[in-house]
Design a binder for this molecule. Structure first.
Ligand code: FES
Length: 151
C-alpha cells in the first residue's frame, strides 16, 4: 500500500503520531521506518523531520534500520531470567548465527530483547511479531522457528 493511503486513515493530529508510525512500519516489508516514512509522516503532521525522527528513535518498538520478516523479542526481565531466558538467548544466537539486534542472512529473523511482556506466569517468554510464546525450552524454540520458516 502507498504511504499516502496509509497515513490518510488517520487525522493529521500529533496525537496520532505513534499510530501513523506503527502503520508505516507494518507496511514496510523490512519492518522498519525508512527516511521516506519519517519524511511523509512529518509533512502530514506539519512538524520537523527531526521531531518525528526523535519520536521514532525513542521507542524500542520502532526500528530505523531494516529488519527481518520475523522479529523475535525475547523477554529480558528478571522473572524470565530466573526461568532460563539467558540460556534461551544463547540458544537463539547460536541457532540463528546472529547477535542481539542483528538479522539472519536470509532476512527471515531479527533477534531483539524486550522488557516484561506481561506474561510472567509462563516465563520464559518471547514474541514473534504479534504472537506470544511461553514456557519456552530450547526444543520448543526450535519447533517454533521451524514452523516460522515453513509459513
Ligand atoms: S518477566 Fe518475562 S514476561 Fe514478565
Amino acid at each position: 500500500m502507498e504511504r499516502d493511503e496509509i497515513i490518510k486513515k488517520f487525522s493529521p493530529s500529533l496525537d496520532n503520531i505513534l499510530f501513523i508510525l506503527h502503520a508505516l512500519q507494518d507496511n514496510n516489508p523490512q519492518n522498519y521506518l525508512s527516511k521516506d516514512d519519517i519524511r511523509v509522516c512529518a509533512e502530514y503532521l506539519n512538524v520537523p523531520y527531526s521531531y518525528v525522527h526523535s519520536v521514532a528513535s525513542f521507542y524500542t518498538m520502532f526500528s530505523l534500520k531494516p529488519r527481518g520478516r520475523n522479529i523475535i523479542r525475547l523477554c529480558d526481565s528478571p522473572p524470565c531470567h530466573l526461568m532460563g531466558s539467558g540460556s534461551l538467548l544463547e540458544y537463539l544466537k547460536e541457532s540463528l548465527n546472529i547477535n542481539v539486534g542483528e538479522t539472519t542472512e536470509d532476512g527471515f529473523f531479527t533477534l531483539e530483547l524486550t522488557s516484561c511482556l506481561g506474561v510472567c506466569g509462563v516465563a520464559p517468554a518471547m514474541m514473534i511479531n504479534d504472537e506470544m510464546f511461553g514456557n519456552l525450552t530450547p526444543e520448543k524454540v526450535n519447533a517454533i522457528l521451524d514452523m516460522r520458516r515453513k509459513s
